[in-house]
Write a protein that binds this ligand. Sequence first.
Ligand code: TMP
Ligand code: MG
Length: 212
Amino acid sequence: MAGKRGALIVLEGVDKAGKTTQCHKLVQALQQSGRPAEMMRFPDRTTTIGQLIGAYLENRSELEDHTVHLLFSANRWELVPLMKRKLEQGTTLVVDRYAFSGVAFTSAKPAFSLDWCKQPDIGLPKPDLVMFLQLNPYEAALRGQFGKERYETGVFQGAVQEKFEQLMTDPSINWQVIDASQDIEDVHRGITEHSLKAMNAAQNLPLGELWK
Ligand code: TMP
Ligand code: MG
């Protein structure tokens, strides 16, 4: 019998929701239960394209808004061959942000439509599960100040949240909303349950194409 494929699992959410912490915990839990799993994150700042994005986010460079949108997308596409290889080998990928962040962040800028923003990411590997870590702005503020990177302001994050809410009305995506105000371990338990279910289902399904 051919090997079963891994699942593509994405965590999304506004800043301070705990995505990175939860990605690490999920990968660790899956590995400890004998399921091959690896973490990825977007942007991946280690590639040549990723370094351009990193400089932009750290305000060390300026890039035109359409241009940086396309670079974020290119940064995903350049990792698609690796992602497909891993998934086919049976490794589940736990991804910290994906095309949904791409669309939500750019379309929160004036004069960018959701539809235009989606175009370059159409056809990417489709996640089997996207968990949105929901945290209201008050709770987020209690977790401390935003950092110094571009986009890390309360006003902009509010606009991003609205765009995520629009994206979550898309029934073609397996969205699950997670209450990120809970205790870290409770959030982890919920995320693990959804993940195991999606991993079971994915085993018998071909990998889909996003927004196609
Ligand atoms: P990070 O803090 O998770 O490394 O994300 C970097 C920032 O980049 C964060 O503010 C979200 C933003 N972003 C985009 O604008 N477009 C994208 O496609 C992605 C993945 C992130
Ligand atoms: Mg950040």
